[in-house]
Design a protein around this ligand. Structure first.
Ligand code: SF4
Length: 243
């Protein structure tokens, strides 16, 4: 690693508020994390989707998906206090996509995923950490309506709603998908593995590289875990460069 890369990494860590990072030469000599190879596809959603058979722009195609959702009543969440459907936001041709669990209270009111304190931390991770404007990535949730009391989505709700996420991914065709938190990772990868075991690894998923990391709301409660997120974002940057 040359001096400019070291400086870049230290700045990146500092911007994320990672404690214990230093320019001290002894710190720099710490061994790097063991290299982790991308894992073979194994989940039901791993096959690359067929190309779209029409010539709409990505923005138009996403608008069509949103129109298909309509004033959705496909699952019971429509009747459990949602204010509005939270579809997704960002660049329809993004190389990088973030996928969370479901809208929370702020998102339900504003109709935008990842607002409020956790959303601000995600914005910092994207803009200060990855140095990408938030508007240049795409952000969505597995579930488009807020579960009451922010409970976990239930299997029937996931079954009804996740096809919309699959269509978003198919249209955007990101190079890298970052799942935020345990639920999104376990749902997309069809695994019960704890987030602590799968974060920071690379999975093949629907033509993209998928990297699970912690949810920003978790980081607000456990700031020490920003160090791991920093490592995950370095992996994301590498994957974006390679892609
Ligand atoms: S969560 Fe999804 S499937 Fe359920 S009502 Fe909302 S948009 Fe429809």
């Amino acid at each position: 690693m040359d001096r400019s890369q070291v400086k870049e990494h230290l700045t990146f860590a500092g911007e994320l508020g990672v404690a214990g990072v230093s320019r001290d030469p002894a710190w720099r000599r710490r061994p790097a994390s063991p290299r982790r190879e991308p894992e073979a596809a194994g989940a039901p959603g791993d096959a690359r989707p067929a190309p779209l058979s029409f010539s709409r722009t990505s923005a138009e195609a996403l608008t069509a998906v949103r129109a298909d959702i309509g004033d959705c009543t496909r699952c019971k969440l429509h009747a459990l206090g949602r204010t509005q459907i939270v579809f997704g936001v960002g660049n329809p041709d993004a190389d990088l996509m973030f996928v969370g669990e479901a809208p929370g209270g702020d998102e339900d009111i504003q109709g935008i995923p990842f607002v409020g304190r956790a959303g601000q931390l995600l914005t910092d991770i994207i803009e200060k950490g990855l140095q990408i404007p938030r508007k240049d990535v795409y952000i969505a949730n597995v579930i488009k309506c807020r579960p009451p009391g922010n409970r976990n989505p239930e299997p029937d709700e996931i079954e009804q709603c996740e096809p919309f996420l699959f269509r978003q991914i198919e249209i955007i065709q990101p190079k890298v998908i970052v799942t935020l938190g345990k639920f999104a990772a376990q749902t997309l990868l069809r695994t019960d593995a704890p987030i602590s075991r799968i974060r920071g690894r690379t999975f093949e998923y629907r033509g993209a590289k998928l990297v699970p990391t912690f949810h920003p709301a978790y980081l607000l409660r456990n700031p020490a875990s920003k160090r791991e997120v920093w490592e995950d974002m370095k992996l994301v940057r590498r994957l974006l460069r390679e892609g």
